[in-house]
Design a protein. Structure first.
Length: 110
């Protein structure tokens, strides 16, 4: 548990530091349109990082503290950890693309 918490902690700290530097740079851009486009990309990256770390932390906590929990919960969380980030990653970046968003809307609404 210590290794996972320290790894996630160091990763999270470095990611937070890099995003602070990125935001500082983006906010110094003169053009409002370019600033909005850069911030829009940052939001997608932040969502992708959260989609990766959230199941990993949940799985680690259940593995460490869920000794009385059913093995089914551990197996399901393992599958969530392995399957959700790769499945959701294209969706996170695809929502930002107008062409993909229009086609998905057209497929489900007509």
């Amino acid at each position: 548990m210590f290794v996972i918490v320290s790894t996630v902690g160091v990763d999270s700290l470095l990611i937070l530091l890099s995003y602070a530097l990125i935001l500082h740079t983006v906010l110094s851009i003169a053009s409002k349109a370019d600033r909005f486009k850069a911030l829009n990309t940052c939001v997608s990256h932040i969502c992708a990082v959260l989609l990766f770390y959230t199941p990993m932390i949940g799985l680690s906590v259940i593995h460490r503290f869920g000794k009385q929990a059913s093995h089914l919960i551990q197996v399901v969380m393992g599958f969530v950890y392995l399957l959700v980030p790769p499945v959701m990653n294209p969706i996170v970046y695809g929502v930002k693309t107008k062409q993909i968003r229009d086609r998905v809307t057209h497929a489900f609404c007509h």
